[in-house]
Design a protein around this ligand. Structure first.
Ligand SMILES: [Zn+2]
Length: 415
């Protein structure tokens, strides 16, 4: 308790510091120096108060006292305590009024929540934020959850012309995360827990309204059948298989061939292909000068890897084609020559490419770069690393949307 003579000054000091305005007033300030805490007791001094529905009502009675953590003042942990007024509203019945300093049911003031959000954005570590502010990780997670919920709520009915979808493997060879992205704003729209058709369809339906889905022009993805089927939810969008994913398939064919030949050569005691994995996977101009000799030897030793590698390198020119007609001719020519080589890995990837020709040619039309989606993937990877121990999908989703959703996260009283 503060001595009565000092109380006027102290309550006024805290009223101004915390920004309390009539009809709310500070009626008491109690200091607990041992605990390093100060608690402000607030009261609603008016006779009328707004019901949560907006109607002005007479004050009916007061609810049980509640407590909110506020920003520290004068290096003391600062709490607000108040018995909130209750209205007896004609339409809602008896309702507790919402205080201007907190979101409904929150245990922190708006400013304190905003601080938690700022610190989380800066550190990306829930444990750090929890220990900095001396609150629990569960409380930090609660702030994050509310921030994401309000951010998702605030996303306007905006025009999204391009979408991309990609999978991200979670545990080696097992679970997948499907990431729905907006390549133009480099943000994650939402994620779901599998890469199967139905959940991805639901994801599309939940993320975009019907009008928005009708307005999407391109949907960029790998040649993954369930994603292609889910594209039916976007009736006016072209499926686009982007450069990155096509190159990935070609690189896999090169690597499969190299492994087969390396095994054969190693069985004969020859090691010319040893250590050549990244020489074949890199674009040729990126092979370092001092490795060219090794690369040449590996190419000469291999019957097939060098062939598949050559077709991979040649295919890069496809992406420079200016029009769809030129690109179509290129593709047909490349396919016929590739299959005629008679290398099984090359034939397989050529067939995959031919059967997805429509989506690959659509790349030439839309020119959607996958740079945004790739950088999102890398950033999701980084979050995964800093979110060790949080296996639950919901939590991971919140974490991704909080950091990569480009959401308006801050609490505001205008909600
Ligand atoms: Zn009401």
């Amino acid at each position: 308790m503060i001595p009565e003579t000092a109380a006027m000054d102290t309550t006024e000091f805290y009223r101004q510091l915390v920004g309390i305005e009539a009809p709310w007033r500070v009626t008491d300030v109690s200091l607990d120096l041992e605990a390093g805490e100060v608690t402000l007791l607030l009261e609603h001094g008016g006779e009328r108060v707004s019901c949560p529905c907006g109607r002005e009502c007479a004050v009916h009675d007061h609810a049980e006292e509640r407590r909110w953590r506020h920003l520290d003042t004068c290096q003391l942990k600062t709490f607000i305590r108040c018995r909130l007024p209750r209205t007896r509203c004609e339409s809602c019945g008896v309702k507790t009024a919402e205080p201007p300093w907190a979101v409904p049911h929150g245990r922190f003031t708006l400013l304190f929540e905003a601080l938690v959000i700022e610190l989380l954005l800066a550190t990306r570590r829930m444990s750090r934020v929890a220990s900095l502010l001396d609150i629990s990780e569960a409380q930090v997670a609660g702030v994050m959850r509310r921030a994401v919920a309000r951010g998702m709520e605030r996303r306007r009915e905006e025009d999204i012309r391009r979408l991309c979808v990609d999978e991200k493997s979670m545990a080696k060879g097992h679970s997948y995360l499907t990431v729905l992205g907006d390549p133009e704003r480099a943000r994650v729209l939402d994620v779901c827990e599998t890469r199967c058709r139905e959940p991805v369809e639901q994801l599309l339906a939940a993320t975009l309204g019907e009008e928005q889905r009708n307005a999407v022009e391109s949907f960029t993805m790998d040649m993954w059948e369930p994603f292609m089927q889910a594209a039916a939810k976007l009736p006016n969008a072209d499926i686009v298989h982007d450069r990155f994913h096509v190159s990935m398939h070609l690189n896999e064919a090169v690597d499969r061939t190299r492994r087969r030949e390396n095994r054969r050569l190693a069985g004969q005691g020859e090691d010319d292909m040893k250590g050549s994995k990244y020489l074949f996977l890199r674009n040729f101009e990126n092979v370092k000068p001092d490795r060219i000799e090794h690369f040449t030897r590996a190419c000469e030793a291999s019957r097939d890897t060098a062939t598949v590698w050559r077709y991979k390198e040649v295919f890069r020119s496809f992406f420079d084609c200016l029009g769809r007609r030129e690109a179509g001719l290129f593709l047909g020519h490349w396919y016929r020559k590739a299959v005629a080589e008679g290398v099984p890995e090359l034939t397989a990837v050529a067939k995959t490419i031919l059967s997805h020709a429509k989506g690959i040619l659509a790349y030439i039309k839309h020119r959607v770069t996958n740079a945004a989606a790739e950088s999102l993937n890398a950033r999701i990877q980084a979050l995964k690393a800093s979110a060790r121990g949080f296996r639950a999908f919901k939590h991971y989703r919140n974490n991704i949307l909080f950091h990569l959703g480009d959401l308006e996260l801050m609490p505001q009283k205008s909600e």
